[in-house]
Design a protein around this ligand. Structure first.
Ligand code: HEC
Length: 234
């Protein structure tokens, strides 16, 4: 028991020694030894040495700066621009890989128009809850955004175009934002299908038609069943 205690006290004094060697703090009570002559209106100054722990850190930064200087300018290593470009290239490749691995999330090929009552109800629900109604109104007659029931489209009225408009948004500054960050592909598919199902319906106060992509009226009337194969008039 006695032995252990001795050992402990030795450790503590060893630790204290080490600590002191790192701080080189002047012993309390003997400040006079390092007191400078200057007297600044009664304020006196002690000539303490810089603490070694701090100095070593400073030396390490100098050594590191020399190392990087030589590496970057001498050997063209650790170049931040190259590192940035490499990371960007890797990230882009990873995105492409992810797209290739999950085609169902990104591809608009063979995008199916959903027609079951259940899916259309889900689409309607999304149209209301995802704030589309604020700009397009509940009957899709249009207010800030265009009328979505008529045969005239700004960005295209086929499944793929509507799906893409919701994903990427409208023309800059018009107010139709890109929703792909907020709405999943399934949600966009449900919304597009719902919008298509509303073609040719009669909203209470339809906004005047906008856009240059015009569908034949007859097609609009039958749009809720088939869409992708039909081409607009112009
Ligand atoms: C802040 C208002 C606003 C909100 C919210 C909004 N839209 Fe739009 N939307 C617009 C405007 C404005 C346009 C016209 C864009 C243009 O002129 O390029 C538009 C265009 C569209 C079009 C294309 C119309 C065409 O003629 O080609 C579709 C489809 C559409 N919105 C669907 C939606 C859906 C679905 C939602 C909800 C997820 C939604 N919008 C939410 C304002 C809005």
């Amino acid at each position: 028991m006695k032995l252990t205690m001795n050992k402990n006290s030795e450790n503590i004094s060893g630790w204290k020694k080490f600590w002191k060697s790192l701080t080189k703090a002047h012993d309390l009570g003997t400040e006079e030894d390092i007191l400078l002559d200057h007297d600044y209106d009664g304020i006196k100054e002690l000539d303490n040495v810089l603490p070694p722990w701090w100095l070593y850190g400073f030396y390490i930064t100098i050594a590191a700066s020399i190392f990087y200087y030589v590496m970057i300018f001498g050997f063209d290593k650790y170049n931040q621009f190259d590192e940035f470009n490499t990371e960007m290239t890797d990230a882009k490749a990873a995105v492409e890989q992810y797209k290739a691995d999950n085609p169902q999330l990104f591809s608009t090929e063979n995008l199916e128009v959903l027609t079951s009552e259940e899916d259309l109800a889900k689409g309607k629900e999304l149209f209301t809850t995802k704030t589309c109604v604020v700009c397009h109104l509940a009957d899709l007659g249009g207010s800030v955004g265009p009328n979505l029931t008529d045969n005239q489209w700004i960005l295209g009225g086929d499944m793929k175009s509507i799906f893409n408009t919701i994903a990427k948004g409208g023309r800059p500054g018009k107010g139709m934002i890109a929703w792909e960050g907020t709405l999943s592909k399934e949600e966009r598919q449900l919304l597009s299908s719902y919008i298509i199902s509303m073609q040719g319906t009669k909203p209470a106060a339809p906004k005047a038609a906008e856009g240059d992509i015009i569908w034949p009226e007859a097609v609009v009337d039958s749009l809720n069943t088939k869409v992708d194969s039909i081409a607009p008039v112009k």
